[in-house]
Design a protein around this ligand. Structure first.
Ligand code: BGC
Length: 775
């Protein structure tokens, strides 16, 4: 039927070249029928590297958005506009200034993905991304290249801060909320990087070798939830391979699983790199090549001409791109204001951020009482890190630091210490900038991190008498292009940091005063060896532009933190099973290293473990799945976080409905003396007899509203039978076993407050396809 229509459309087109149709929602097939082969090839290839940098913009693209990551190409004769794609995920990343105008185009620096997940509050995430989406729309972009939702397979992945969690269920729920918020503005998202992009080292070529079960249950599950629950406009295929095949060229991944099994209806675009297999990508259902190169257009044209690419495959992708284009604000001619509500969003971010901050330790010192003057140490206290580097960086107008935050909360910061730090930071930044001058990437990729300053014991001693408390901020940053290192200054503290920590603790404790540590870090670090030294540890993460204010709001008690960890903090790095297969000490970065694959004459050479390929040998044993199953000690468990109040969990009820859904309820009461919120996690232990499973898995969660002292709330969580299923590699099906299940209601995975049993009477299964299998 469709073919017949296309034929008619192209006949109409040929006979009346004068009456060219202009694209509308109702004539997609007609427009497709009028496109030349070259035009079709043009539409599946993006606008090119640098198409959005201010310098390269011509008058005709002046309406586009400087600093956006890419575009789709326009075909004016058919009324097809170029659309604009911009990063993501901690806010919109565009150039903050443009030549010829004094207007600025700053965007709000929102909390990074890990902080969003730490809130365990999907409503709040949706509220934040609704605001973020307004910036996307009002600055004239059509798609935000976000959320990033790869799993935290290993804590040293350089981009973990952009991603949500080590758990696929939490990841999927966060992603769905994120997508709904952005898309409620009538702009799109690109959930990325699909899939199993768990490291930055050699990310363009690395082969993730993973079992079908771990792939389905861990690395794809979050995407599955997001696709089914939030209907993202686009998905971004990753750079890496899965089991020997580039994801961009994997029909099994991009068509069989994504579309046929999950019902995805949008477009797939590549991550930003030109691979030789353009034709394979088109066939696989990778609709759009980004950022787009002329040689990709040429390959598509040549392949159709020589018969190696069926034009029907190209038409299918072109149609999907047209369907995407007609949804965009640019197609609708939306007159964006270039004036999003930055002030309103700053307020929202400040109020929301404490929900993502995690109080790790507190012997009663927090919230601060009877404190007037603070000895504030650590470069991060004055040069707060709001988010990571790389494409996840946002060009925000300012970042609130902790010193200012304490002042707006009525405290005094020791002036000598502040002046000394500020001078050191200014000097070091100038040096760092000079060293990297000329690469032109600074503004896009984020500021260099200033290494910690050395402070002598005698200086600290001099400041002891005149200050009431010492606070030390420990900082780390990471970003796209490299993984973190299992080394001092990254995973572990430097000698200088340890010494400062111990000296401040010794001095202040000897004087009967307190000492607090703030962690301004993008990902997990080693804590077990030093966590008992300070009186409190506040994990601030890299929580966006209002971070320093939010930290101070929490320290002073203006806000009660309610964040909980979306990942495990192990005792030691090598406690993590994936540490055996991760490039934790590789320093070669992610340059496109074809010599890794081909020596002279392109003969295959020996592939390097963890660089050219990575064995996901730990299989399902990622994060708490491993630590709970093996009963291994951790520094802080998944789901953990303290509050300034306490909560009591009532007796739960779990009922299996006729629809096969399990409804769990539990009443939570605030038993402390200040208002607060509690995130309740529902883990499920499966019956013996079915597939072997981890000891327990997160299957639902809910967060209370702000409960006043003495106030209670009943939380309801619903789990359907499919959510309980595991992937059986032998039958290639999702299976939910019959038998007695245990529902565990936890304040963390290691702090189960109540349990209840439920029975599934009949086993169920859902067939899947045998694709993306290990070789
Ligand atoms: C990153 C993507 C990003 C894209 C465009 C790539 O290098 O991996 O996350 O969206 O660049 O900036």
């Amino acid at each position: 039927m469709r073919k017949a229509f296309l034929l008619t459309a192209s006949v109409i087109c040929t006979v009346s070249l004068m009456a060219q149709p202009k694209l509308s929602k109702n004539n997609i097939d007609e427009v497709l029928g009028c496109m030349t082969l070259e035009e079709k090839a043009t539409l599946v290839v993006g606008g090119g590297w640098g198409s959005m940098t201010a310098g390269s913009m011509t008058a005709s693209d002046a309406s586009l958005v400087s600093g956006a990551a890419g575009t789709t190409r326009a075909i004016p004769r058919l009324g097809i506009p170029a659309t604009v794609l911009a990063d993501g995920p901690a806010g919109l990343r565009i150039n903050p200034t443009r030549p010829g105008t004094s207007q600025t185009f700053y965007c709000t620096g929102f909390p990074v993905g890990t902080v969003l997940a730490s809130t365990w509050n999907t409503e709040l995430v949706q509220q934040l991304t609704t605001a973020m989406g307004e910036e996307v729309k009002e600055y004239g972009a059509d798609v935000l290249l976000a959320p990033g939702q790869n799993l935290h397979r290993n804590p040293l992945c350089g981009r973990n801060f952009e991603y949500f969690s080590e758990d696929p269920f939490l990841t999927g729920k966060m992603s769905a909320a994120y997508v709904k918020g952005i898309q409620s503005n009538g702009v799109g998202v690109s959930v990325k990087h699909f899939a199993a992009n768990s490291q930055e080292v050699n990310r363009q070529n690395n082969d993730s070798r993973v079992s079908a079960r771990a792939l389905r249950e861990l690395y794809l599950k979050g995407f599955e939830i997001a696709v089914k629950e939030s209907d993202p406009w686009t998905v971004m295929s990753s750079y890496n391979k899965i089991n020997g095949e580039f994801t961009q060229q994997s029909h099994g991944l991009l068509t069989t699983i994504l579309r046929d099994e999950w019902g995805f209806g949008g477009i797939v675009m590549t991550d930003w790199g030109n691979k030789e297999g353009t034709v394979a990508a088109v066939k696989a259902g990778n609709d759009l090549m980004e950022p787009g190169m002329q040689n990709e257009i040429d390959r598509v044209v040549a392949a159709v001409k020589d018969g190696s690419l069926d034009v029907a495959d190209l038409d299918r992708n072109v149609r999907r791109i047209l369907e995407y284009i007609v949804r965009t604000p640019r197609f609708a001619g939306y007159k964006y204001s270039n004036k999003p509500d930055l002030a309103g969003h700053a307020k929202l971010v400040r109020a929301a951020t404490p929900e993502g901050l995690v109080l790790l330790e507190n012997n009663g010192v927090l919230p601060l009482k009877d404190v007037k003057k603070v000895a504030l140490y650590g470069t991060g206290a004055y040069d707060f890190i709001a988010g990571g580097t790389g494409s996840g960086n946002v060009n925000k107008a300012y970042v609130r630091n902790i010193a200012d935050g304490l002042r707006v909360n009525g405290l005094e910061v020791d002036q000598d210490i502040e002046t000394w730090y500020n001078q050191y930071i200014a000097l070091t930044k100038t040096q760092l900038r000079n060293n990297s001058a000329g690469n032109g990437l600074g503004i896009l990729l984020g500021d260099p991190v200033v290494p910690e300053m050395e402070v002598s014991r005698s200086f600290m001693e001099r400041k002891l008498a005149s200050t009431d408390i010492a606070i030390l901020t420990i900082s780390r940053n990471a970003g796209e292009g490299d993984d973190r290192k299992n080394a001092d200054g990254d995973w572990t503290l430097t000698g200088n940091e340890r010494q400062m920590l111990q000296t401040l603790a010794d001095l202040y404790h000897a004087a009967g005063k307190k000492f607090v540590v703030v962690l301004n870090i993008g990902g997990v670090i080693e804590t077990a060896s030093w966590k008992n030294i300070p009186d409190a540890i506040l994990l601030a993460w890299t929580p966006g532009q209002e971070g320093g204010y939010a930290v101070a709001d929490v320290l002073t008690g203006a806000a009660n933190p309610s964040g909980k960890l979306p990942m495990t903090f192990p005792v030691a790095y090598f406690d993590i099973p994936s540490a055996a297969n991760f490039p934790a000490n590789y320093s070669g970065g992610n340059s496109i290293d074809l010599s890794a694959l081909f020596g002279g004459g392109r003969a295959p050479r020996v592939l390097r473990k963890d660089i050219d390929y990575t064995n996901y040998a730990e299989d399902l044993m990622v994060g708490y799945r491993y630590f709970t199953t093996k009963g291994k000690n951790v520094s802080y468990p998944f789901g953990y976080g303290l509050s300034y109040t306490t909560f009591e969990y009532g007796k739960p009820s779990v009922k299996l409905g006729k629809d096969g859904k399990v409804t769990a309820t539990i009443t939570v009461k605030n038993t402390g003396s200040v208002a607060g919120k509690e995130a309740v996690q529902l883990y499920v232990s499966a019956p013996a007899g079915g597939l072997d499973k981890p000891a327990c898995e997160l299957k639902a969660f809910a967060k209370t509203k702000e409960l006043k002292p003495g106030e209670s709330q009943t939380l309801t969580m619903v789990i359907d039978a499919y959510t309980l299923a595991s992937f059986n590699e032998n039958t290639c099906a999702w299976e939910t076993a019959a038998g007695a299940y245990k529902a565990l209601f936890g304040a963390s995975v290691a702090d189960i407050r109540a349990t209840a049993n439920f029975k599934i009477g009949k086993a169920q299964s859902w067939p899947a396809h045998a694709v993306c299998l290990p070789k």
